[in-house]
Design a protein around this ligand. Structure first.
Ligand SMILES: [Zn+2]
Length: 124
């Protein structure tokens, strides 16, 4: 529920509370988001907003790690957080723990990027 509320507040900010047709999200596997559950919870938290009927597009982001022991980078398949190369449990998560609103498409067809993402891209 907290996740949905957090996403909703970003969507409302990006859309200025105008009617939303579609929301595109990047969802890291570590978030453990179940699309059906997310959608159900979205309908509840968003019901009195312009985003109530928005279609949700959840893009799955695999978990990518860098091993602190051997320096290998790899995508993880399972839920075990360890280096697939040497088995060391000490890894830095590079991707897969995000839950990010990428774009909000208004009902009239206008697509708005999340400005926070643009700022983050410029800063890096
Ligand atoms: Zn390793």
């Amino acid at each position: 529920m907290g996740l949905c509320e957090a996403v909703l507040s970003v969507v409302r900010e990006v859309s200025d509370d105008e009617p939303v047709g579609r929301v595109r999200l990047r969802v890291g596997r570590l978030q453990g988001v179940v699309p059906d559950v997310f959608e159900f919870c979205w309908r509840m938290v968003a019901q009195d907003t312009g985003a109530a009927d928005a279609a949700l597009e959840l893009r799955d982001v695999p978990v990518r790690v860098r091993c602190r022991a051997c320096g290998d980078e790899a995508d993880l398949d399972g839920t075990m957080i360890a280096c697939p190369g040497c088995g060391a449990p000490s890894v830095a998560v590079l991707a897969g723990d995000e839950l990010t609103v990428e774009e909000v498409e208004l009902r009239d067809g206008e697509v708005r990027r999340n400005p926070a993402l643009a700022a983050a891209a410029e800063a890096s």
